[in-house]
Design a protein around this ligand. Structure first.
Ligand SMILES: [Zn+2]
Length: 67
């Protein structure tokens, strides 16, 4: 999926965080279960960088898990 920088209107480039990933995120809602969040609610994060201004944006792989 392509993303355009909202400030510069140029195509953003996918980046990789310098850390042991992949980073994942899940919808924050109420109390966690005893064993943490349900794994079917977790989705991977991707990050895009604007090559002009340096803006970084994060996107989830499956936005429907946040509906
Ligand atoms: Zn930009």
């Amino acid at each position: 999926m392509e993303h355009t920088c909202p400030k510069c209107d140029v195509l953003m480039v996918e980046g990789e965080l310098d850390h042991a990933g992949p980073f994942r995120i899940y919808k924050k809602e109420g109390q966690k279960g005893l064993f943490g969040p349900k794994t079917d609610k977790i989705t991977n994060l991707t990050q895009f960088v604007c090559p002009k201004c340096g803006l970084v944006e994060f996107y989830v792989e499956y936005p429907q898990k946040f509906q």
